[in-house]
Design a protein around this ligand. Structure first.
Ligand code: XLS
Ligand code: MG
Length: 347
């Protein structure tokens, strides 16, 4: 297996899901947090990402002091296992107060709830030793467009981001765009939207983004282009690699599972932009299949990592000179075949 000098790997506790989908209950028993934590190092991962309530379960029923106490206990356990907390993300899509969105809800009390909970997430991030708050804007959109004003939603989003930036002078916000699901249409569907919103905040330098391969594909975009775009602005602060077979529900398949060439181009884009050199992690936001057997409980993660490292070798051994000559001759027909042959391993 290839050795990587720069890339360090990360995943979240939710990525060991138990097989439930909208049509059926779990197909495997839940795995304890302790078992997940102990597994990470064994499969070559160094960091874990957390929703606020992954870090402190039942967060809404607890006092601020209790939340901090439990976050400190978690930090101790992470240190004991030699695992870094990569980020914290407020889960703003479960609670009844977020039915119609968090920051863009039409109800001011619910908007306040979303901001307060985000501030709590920042406090947890501080305790866990990370300066990264990830914002997947799950319900910041509409089921029917006439229910909210798009212009007002942009203003509300900026006000919420400003409240978070004001709460902590060091926190960095990483927006994870997704065009749909759970909403019909989301307000921040792409990296371009995320970075444009960043510019309106009180401290644009502290607002960047996170690309998830499947989310880019659902927006009809090539994730490699999204990576190049974000990195041209120095704004790619985290990454959720996975795969997605076309425009359907968010599949979170293992990296490279649907389209090896699209995966290869993502690795090439990361390589040419020096991703990881500032300490960024490669996170896999992947899930086991519903059909996966309990003994295979971590295979989707170790397989994604192996595929990434194999594609890294392919990226580093790509015949650049030959490709450059074909590009100069505008011989894209042979260039296409060169890529295919390279991925197939040569004749
Ligand atoms: C869902 C998102 C979610 C975020 C973290 O589609 O990918 O898992 O990554 O809140
Ligand atoms: Mg994700």
């Amino acid at each position: 297996m290839a050795k990587s000098n720069i890339y360090r790997f990360c995943t979240g506790p939710w990525n060991w899901s138990a097989g439930q989908d909208p049509y059926g209950p779990p197909t495997r028993t839940e795995i304890s947090f302790d078992r997940k934590l102990a597994e990470l190092k064994k499969i070559g991962f160094e960091a874990m990402m957390f929703h606020d309530d992954d870090a402190v379960p039942d967060i809404d029923g607890k006092s601020g002091a209790q939340v901090l106490k439990e976050a400190k206990e978690l930090k101790k356990r992470l240190d004991g296992e030699g695992i870094t907390a990569e980020m914290v993300a407020p889960r703003l899509w479960f609670h009844p107060n977020t039915v119609d969105g968090g920051y863009t809800s039409n109800d001011p009390k619910n908007r306040q709830y979303a901001i307060d909970r985000s501030r709590r997430s920042i406090d947890i991030a501080n305790v866990l030793g990370t300066d990264l708050l990830v914002l997947w804007l799950a319900r910041e959109g509409t089921y029917i467009r006439e229910s909210k004003s798009g212009r007002r939603s942009v203003d509300l989003l900026v006000a919420a981001l400003d409240a978070m930036l004001g709460h902590d002078k060091k926190i960095r916000l990483s927006i994870e765009p997704k065009p749909n699901e759970p909403m019909d249409v989301a307000y921040v569907p792409t990296i371009g939207h995320a970075l444009a919103v960043a510019q309106l905040t009180r401290d644009p330098k502290r607002v960047g983004c996170l690309i998830e391969s499947a989310h880019a594909i659902l927006a009809g975009l090539d994730p490699a282009d999204e990576i190049d775009f974000a990195m041209a602005f120095g704004k790619l602060w985290s990454l959720h690699l996975n795969d997605q077979n076309g425009l359907k529900f968010d599949q979170d398949k293992p990296f490279g599972s649907s389209n090896l060439r699209v995966a290869f181009n993502q690795v090439r884009a990361l390589e040419r932009n020096g991703y990881g050199q500032k300490g960024e992690y490669v996170c896999f936001d992947v899930h086991p299949f519903r059909t996966t057997q309990p003994e295979q409980w971590s295979a989707h993660l170790s397989n994604s990592r192996d595929t990434f490292l194999r594609l890294l070798e392919k990226s580093r051994s790509y015949p650049e000179k030959q490709a450059e000559r074909l590009i100069a001759d505008r011989n894209y027909q042979d260039l296409d075949q060169l890529v295919i042959e390279h991925l197939l391993g040569g004749k």
